[in-house]
Design a protein around this ligand. Structure first.
Ligand code: HEM
Length: 406
């Protein structure tokens, strides 16, 4: 019998944690992730994955409390933790005080002040991209590979100071890093198999000091090492973390905003009539279909959640996306509503590990969505949306749309 199914010693009132009937990370479940995650959330406040000592929390109240309480839900281990994987063991995998020290370096470099000069450059790139889309008016475009990815995959490596050569590997690199956050199943094997040595070599080279441009965000990590705030090795890992954490999350959230504009034309009309709502539309798309399904943690003590006790040492998944659609917290959660209050949105995490790239993501959103809102009168879905076949990341890999311009 699994450890998690045993009542806690000395607590005869605790109930055995129920086992979910489905593997939420199988190929089929990934295709249907919203429904699977919602069903898990409604089954019980704590659910054990079939055949594994992994517990999942998916209700907003518990996910938010767990993210806030880093002493209880530590980041130093997580489900399917493999310390030898390509995923750097730094920052997201640390608790304070180590985490606080490293995070300060990144958050200084990504502060509103440090990024203020970028807003204009992002706008120029976004406007040029949207202008180039005019020639495709009325024909089917893929909003991921033709709109959001080209934008993010340009402005991000430009900002990081990554060389031009090899940027075509960003997508495969992202796939590989995201795969390491989930179980080592067939989707993991596919991500690793499709990642040839050229991708790996490019990622290694892209993060090296001698290949980063002067004055870039990437170089700022090495300058922090020069000041003794982190080591050179940590600076190198941080560049890799930024390159992976900032890419597909933003590509997908922007694509989800476009999808929502097509599915909820009255909401798009609202944003067009008041473009100051563009930022709210981005925040709402982050809630409506969050690009990260879960964060992994390890329980450092026995944790009581309603009638259940998670034993100390259990690896847990805190499910952002399901919590962001929890009907206990959100009215009509499946409705995209740019006027709703999003202060409890967990799409960028919460607590000490809450996304340090938030300001950058918002600047990118204001630039790209702002240019679209200004020029595009409506979006229409033009075919089947193909999901990204990865386990912990979630969102469209292909989003066929037709654009009409004003
Ligand atoms: C819409 C886009 C984004 C989304 C949805 C997103 C989502 C998240 C989430 C959910 C977390 C918390 C993970 C956890 O608690 O385990 C996180 C942390 C993080 N994000 Fe983002 N992110 C986005 C954009 C970015 C950007 C643009 C950057 C970098 C420039 C970035 C860098 C990071 C880093 C370094 C962390 C770790 C912070 C820490 O451990 O203290 N993210 N992000």
């Amino acid at each position: 019998m699994s450890m998690a199914a045993l009542p806690l010693q000395g607590d005869p009132m605790s109930q055995p944690i129920p086992e979910f009937d489905t593997d939420p990370f199988s190929r089929q479940s990934v295709r249907d992730a919203r429904a699977v995650d919602d069903r898990l959330r409604e089954m019980a406040p704590v659910v054990r994955l079939p055949g594994e000592d992994v517990c999942m929390l998916a209700r907003h109240e518990h996910v938010a409390a767990g993210l806030k309480d880093w002493k209880t839900f530590s980041s130093t281990s997580r489900p399917w933790h493999d310390p030898t994987s390509v995923r750097p063991e730094l920052l997201l995998t640390d608790d304070p005080p180590k985490h606080t020290q490293v995070r300060a370096v990144v958050s200084n470099a990504l502060s509103p002040r440090a990024l203020s000069s970028m807003a204009e450059a992002f706008k120029v790139d976004a406007q040029a991209l949207v202008r180039s889309l005019r020639q495709h008016e009325g024909s089917t475009l893929d909003a991921v590979s033709q709109i959001t990815q080209p934008f993010v995959y340009k402005v991000l490596p430009d900002l990081l100071g990554v060389m031009q050569e090899g940027r075509e590997h960003m997508s495969a690199f992202g796939n590989m890093v995201w795969a390491t956050m989930g179980p080592m199943n067939e989707l993991f094997d596919e991500a690793m198999r499709d990642t040839d040595k050229a991708v790996f070599d490019w990622a290694v080279a892209a993060c090296q000091r001698e290949n980063l441009s002067a004055g870039s965000l990437g170089m700022a990590m090495y300058e922090a090492a020069d000041r003794g705030e982190i080591t050179d090795q940590e600076a190198n890992l941080l560049v890799g973390i930024l390159l992976s954490a900032a890419a597909d999350t933003t590509v997908i959230t922007l694509a989800n905003a476009i999808r929502a504009f097509a599915e909820f034309p009255e909401q798009y009309a609202l944003v067009r009539s008041d473009p100051k709502l563009t930022k709210a539309a981005f925040e709402e798309s982050l809630r409506w279909d969050s690009p990260s399904r879960m964060a992994g943690r390890i329980a450092m003590r026995d944790v009581q959640i309603e009638d259940y006790v998670i034993p100390a040492g259990t690896r847990c998944g805190l499910m952002f996306a399901a919590a962001n659609r929890d009907p206990r917290k959100w009215q009509e959660p499946d409705r995209f509503d740019v006027k709703r209050s999003n202060s409890a949105n967990l799409g960028m995490g919460f607590g000490v590990h809450a996304c340090v790239g938030r300001v950058l993501a918002l600047l990118e959103a204001e630039a790209l969505l702002g240019a679209l809102v200004s020029d595009v009168s409506d979006f229409e879905l033009a075919g089947e949306v193909e999901p990204w076949m990865t386990t912990v990341g979630h969102g469209p890999a292909r989003l066929p749309v037709k654009l009409r311009f004003s």
